[in-house]
Design a protein around this ligand. Structure first.
Ligand SMILES: NC(=O)c1ccc[n+]([C@@H]2O[C@H](COP(=O)([O-])OP(=O)(O)OC[C@H]3O[C@@H](n4cnc5c(N)ncnc54)[C@H](O)[C@@H]3O)[C@@H](O)[C@H]2O)c1
Length: 378
């Protein structure tokens, strides 16, 4: 039985997923600096059915780390992620960490070093990768049904301005998510797209932005567009827009291959796919509902076990994979190297935008990188 401690109130969402696997893991501790939030979060763990008794409540993170928990789920503001992950790893705990992984390039290398030194599991909680549509398309891509994939797009358009204030005070998002330039929150858009480019990686990025036209005291531009060049020469585009007055669209994706394409709906409706087959070589000219291909969903999604969890069940399967990685002691797919690459798009995009769209090289994040490659140069 794996004992999990959660830091940051949002993390208790995993209690819903754990309710169906009580013999495998349990939330034994919750930590939050806000006493009221802490009390409500502990009660929420009970409501969600993961525990039969209240988890132990901690105000001080280090105190929770001194307890007998095996793993920590980090759901605090993004500037806390690397320091808290490093403390947990040094204390011998496994870590699942919310997006984004860190807020500076150096932090990403500190995180990688800490994971490697600890030998513990680090999993990146990029839950959009686990949404059913994303998993289905990925399966179709793996089967070659869209041919050779050479282009992908992801967009996160979500007016987050109200999240920059709480009870009249500026929150962390006023500074870290929206108080800096560049595509500072790219991984919901990038992760699902990059999963269609197996064994490829981002080698360089360039970002351009629109300037500020909305009436906010925020340094992040209204829209930032980032182009990512992959090692194979293929292309990925990411739009991050957390300001514009428009309906939310947090999970728009487009994938293009030599046999057809996939698009999430922009204006409501169903996800669509258009593909050529031997029987219908011009099939790429007609949109079909993605749901026509539901038989290709990974088996665990067809069983609908996680259907009530957030993000179409994605929040269930991500917890499932974290637990499996800890039980089997294997590198999770959303490991620290992927977390670093996808997060670095944000940090390099900040540098690119502030340098008139300059092309920025991406480090080749991998196990046991030589020291010279960990030094950032412009
Ligand atoms: N994956 C997703 O879909 C998704 C959605 C929303 C937020 N997030 C991520 O989740 C994280 C939290 O976001 P949020 O919207 O819940 O933020 P929030 O500000 O609403 O909540 C953060 C919580 O952390 C607590 N906290 C702050 N510093 C702490 C510390 N040092 N020790 C203990 N507790 C501390 C705060 O009291 C607060 O309760 C962020 O990294 C964000 O990017 C991910």
């Amino acid at each position: 039985m794996i004992k999990i401690g959660i830091v940051g109130a949002r993390g208790v969402y995993i209690a819903g997923a754990l309710a169906s696997m009580p013999e495998r893991a349990k939330i034994t501790a919750v930590c939050d600096i806000d006493e009221g939030v802490l009390k409500r979060s502990c009660e929420r763990v009970l409501e969600l059915g993961a525990n039969s008794e209240l988890p132990k409540a901690y105000r001080i993170y280090e105190d929770m780390l001194s307890s007998d928990i095996d793993a920590v789920v980090i759901s605090t503001p993004m500037q806390c992620h690397v320091p808290q992950a490093m403390l947990a790893l040094a204390a011998g705990k496994h870590v699942m960490c919310e997006v984004t992984a860190g807020v500076t390039m150096d932090e990403l290398f500190w995180l990688i070093d800490s994971v490697e030194e600890s030998g513990k599991i680090f999993m990146y909680a990029e839950n959009y990768c686990y949404m059913p549509e994303v998993q289905l398309v990925r399966k179709l891509v793996k089967q070659g049904m869209l041919g050779d994939i050479y282009y992908g797009e992801g967009e996160y358009t979500h007016d987050c301005t109200s999240l920059c204030f709480h009870e009249g005070k500026k929150t962390w998002r006023h500074y870290w998510q929206m108080g800096t330039r560049g595509a500072f929150y790219p991984t919901h858009s990038l992760g699902p797209v990059m999963q269609c480019f197996d064994n490829d990686r981002i080698v360089s990025i360039a970002s351009f932005s629109s300037g500020n036209h909305n009436p906010y005291d925020l340094r992040n531009d209204d829209v930032t567009q980032t182009l990512c060049q992959l090692a194979s020469g293929k292309l990925v585009k990411v739009r991050v827009d957390t300001v514009s007055p428009r309906p939310h669209l947090m999970n728009y994706y487009q994938i293009q291959g030599t046999k057809g394409c996939f698009e999430m709906p922009r204006l409501g409706g169903e996800a669509k796919i258009a593909i050529s087959t031997d029987e219908d070589p011009r099939g790429f000219e007609k949109w079909r509902p993605l749901s026509d291909f539901n038989d290709f969903l990974p088996e665990r999604y067809r069983k609908n076990e996680g259907i009530n969890a957030g993000h179409g069940g994605g929040d269930y399967y991500i917890v499932w994979d974290f637990i499996e990685a800890m039980e089997k002691n294997v590198l999770p797919e959303l490991n620290v190297y992927k977390a670093a690459e996808w997060t670095a798009v944000a940090l390099l995009s900040q540098l690119s935008v502030t340098n008139h769209g300059r092309v920025m090289d991406m480090p080749n994040f991998r196990a046991k990188m030589p020291w010279e490659e960990k030094k950032i140069t412009l």
